[in-house]
Design a protein around this ligand. Structure first.
Ligand SMILES: Nc1nc2c(c(=O)[nH]1)N=C([C@H](O)[C@@H](O)CO)CN2
Length: 119
C-alpha cells in the first residue's frame, strides 16, 4: 500500500502527569504514516484526490492544542481516531515523541498503529 507521511511535526502542548507540566507547554514531535492510494492523484494531478498533508497537519495541531493531556498514549489515540474519521484513512501509524521527558534521553515516545475495518 502507498503511504503519505508527515515527519517531525512539532507541536507545543500542555501534556504530562505532573502539575508543573500543565503550567507550561512542552514540545512534542509527531510522526504520521497513513495508508493512501497515491496512484489516483498521480494520474489526475488533482489535490482533491490526494491526502492533503497540509490540511491534515493543521488538523493535528488544532486537536493537540485544544486541550491539555496526561499521557502521550492518550494523545496518540486521539490523533489516530481523528485522522481515520475526518480524512477517511484506513490505517495510520502515529508516533508521539516528548523530547523533554527524560533528561538523559533524546526523547521518550510511543508508537501506535490503528486500522479501520472496511464497512
Ligand atoms: N508511557 C508513558 N510514561 C510516562 C508518561 C507518558 O505520557 N507515557 N509521562 C510521564 C511524565 O509526564 C513525564 O513525561 C515527565 O515526568 C512519565 N511517564
Amino acid at each position: 500500500m502507498d503511504k503519505v507521511l508527515v515527519e517531525g511535526l512539532r507541536v507545543d502542548a500542555y501534556i504530562g502527569v505532573h502539575d508543573w507540566e500543565h503550567e507550561r507547554e512542552q514540545p512534542l514531535i509527531i510522526d504520521l504514516e497513513m495508508d493512501w492510494d497515491n496512484a489516483r492523484a498521480a494520474t489526475t494531478n488533482d489535490l482533491a484526490d490526494a491526502l492533503d498533508y497540509s490540511t491534515l497537519s493543521e488538523a493535528v495541531i488544532k486537536l493537540v492544542k485544544a486541550q491539555s493531556w496526561q499521557l502521550i498514549e492518550t494523545l496518540a489515540e486521539a490523533v489516530a481516531a481523528m485522522i481515520m474519521q475526518d480524512f477517511k484513512v484506513m490505517r495510520v501509524q502515529v508516533k508521539v515523541g516528548k523530547p523533554q521527558a527524560i533528561v538523559a534521553a533524546r526523547q521518550a515516545a510511543v508508537i501506535i498503529v490503528r486500522q479501520q475495518t472496511p464497512a
